[in-house]
Design a protein around this ligand. Structure first.
Ligand SMILES: [Zn+2]
Ligand SMILES: [Zn+2]
Length: 78
């Protein structure tokens, strides 16, 4: 069974408001897409943990003040 992130596949919307200024935060995509080229240990860590976690971590950032946070999305079976 495959698991897909519903946010990556545009099945859900996540509305997060910036805790600093209250603006609507924007989804900047998967954290892995940002950091993978700089972090060769990421894949190895995932493998060494055994069970896949079926989670997708997205980076959300506020376009107004630059605040950013990571939001864990639980993947769904497809
Ligand atoms: Zn995702
Ligand atoms: Zn903000």
């Amino acid at each position: 069974m495959d698991f897909e992130c519903p946010l990556c596949n545009a099945l859900i919307n996540v509305n997060e408001n910036c805790p600093r200024c209250g603006s609507k935060m924007e989804d900047y995509g998967r954290v892995e897409d940002f950091f993978e080229p700089y972090n060769p240990y990421l894949d190895r860590d995932l493998v060494s943990m055994g069970e896949p976690k079926h989670q997708c971590i997205h980076l959300f950032a506020c376009p107004d003040c630059g605040y950013d946070s990571r939001i864990v999305i639980n993947q769904i079976p497809v």
